[in-house]
Design a protein around this ligand. Sequence first.
Ligand SMILES: [Zn+2]
Length: 224
Amino acid sequence: MQGQIKERGVPSSGRDAISVETPSSERSCLVCRTPRETSELLRVTVLQGRLVFDRAKKRAPGRGAHVCLEPACLAGLDENRLSRAFRTSQSLVEPLEESLTRLEEIAKRRIFESLGLARRSGKVELGTDRVAENLKKCMDSGRLGVALRATDLAVKTVNRLSDAWPVGTSEELGHAIGVGKAGAVWVPASRFALALKFWLQVKRAASVEKRPDTTSYGSKKGKS
Ligand SMILES: [Zn+2]
């Protein structure tokens, strides 16, 4: 009962509004064809035979294709698909495997950049206890934010932070926010958190461990 009453009178911030907002910001993934908001897609262009990746912001100039932040979709970026998207033959001088390795590095850099910006805006909370507590609150009350943890933590700590995104060593994580070392950080809901989440997803999708067999994916029998 109480929970239901709370729902009423919540000022309409547009989240659940029925009004049709900017339907044109949706694009389909070049590989799986799923339509998504551009904020959930990676934009791909080809420059001198190399894939160039960026966030698919609205109204980005130039011809580009869009792809989901999923390993299988990134692995499906072959010449045929790109040629069709750009309506011109695209010969890639860089193997896709290398492009994705490069993308993973870019994503990691963007993650640390976003963290640095968040820190300068006072939007970073530090410490494994604090982050674990926030993650718990997040579950309980729907508090939104992004949790990151270093990859070189003790197993016990990792278990407490199982919902945090692993990224970099505690030294790398600390360096990004101007402290010696950081085991875990929390960025509350903000544009920094959105950017972080985006690049964390990209990094995960492009990472070698998660990568499907890129040599066979694009050239599977039956070109449908
Ligand atoms: Zn896709």
